[in-house]
Ligand binder design. Structure first.
Ligand code: URA
Length: 241
């Protein structure tokens, strides 16, 4: 991997900041002052990087759990609207984390970000069918066994799209949990609309093996623990590098 990417992924600055560090002679690799930010490093060299003579801790991959509040779009930048990037600490942003899939602007809850592109791709891909659970409130008459059966059998939306089998758990007061293992555009809202109700609030509680950390206030984020990261890689059968 390139030296500048190793440094920025590890949280030592944005890509342009770390390039400047290298060009000004502050970085050495295996005892030799580095001059080229694009220098390709072996695994051994990655363990022997010094900045201002201090050994650096190299972490190529970073994974972040955010409790998304309503009102922000799921993107790292947007010319007009506030994004979830406003909530992510600068060092994590410069390590290149991006959201895995998306939550609608009005949706809340567990949003995962990672800078491991392969992991991101697999977690979001319908091929891997990672389960996600949403707690929703809705308007209209209470959902019942009929809708539970329709969802379990695989709902066909009014536009003809076939949904995969989903698990509807009915709760009190026009509240329900819906577990799906795909991620079509506005999927939950469209499924609820497909059975004649309307989603009022939508909150993601789980993503694959991850549960939203209840101690994270809306807008707060934290890095995944090693056990959480291990479980995520396992669910999409990927080796951690
Ligand atoms: N389904 C939706 O309709 N919206 C989301 O944000 C996520 C799933």
């Amino acid at each position: 991997m390139r030296l500048d990417r190793v440094l920025s992924n590890s949280g030592y600055g944005s890509r342009s900041e770390v390039r400047q560090m290298v060009r000004s002679g502050r970085v050495s690799v295996a005892g030799i002052t580095a001059r080229d930010p694009g220098q390709i490093l072996s695994q051994q060299e990655m363990a022997a990087i010094l900045l201002d003579s201090e050994t650096l801790v190299i972490r190529l991959h970073r994974h972040v759990m955010l409790n998304k509040p309503a009102g922000l779009i799921t993107a790292m930048e947007d010319p007009h609207l506030p994004t979830i990037a406003d909530l992510i600490p600068a060092a994590w942003k410069s390590s290149g984390v991006t959201p895995v899939g998306r939550l609608d602007r009005d949706a809340t809850g567990l949003l995962l970000l990672t800078n491991d592109g392969t992991l991101n791709h697999r977690l979001a891909s319908p091929r891997w069918g990672v389960w996600k659970t949403y707690r929703l409130t809705y308007s209209g008459t209470p959902l019942g066994d009929t809708e539970r059966g329709l969802f379990a059998a695989g709902l066909i939306l009014p536009d003809g799209q076939h949904c995969r089998s989903a698990i509807l758990t009915l709760l009190q007061d026009n509240m329900a949990d819906l577990a799906i293992h795909e991620g079509k555009f506005h999927q939950v809202k469209n499924m609820i609309q497909g059975v004649g109700r309307k989603v009022i609030t939508l909150h993601r509680m789980t993503f694959g093996p991850l549960k939203l950390d209840e101690t994270l206030n809306p807008g707060s984020s934290r890095e995944l623990t090693q056990a959480e990261a291990d479980a995520l890689y396992k669910v999409v059968q990927l080796e951690q590098t």
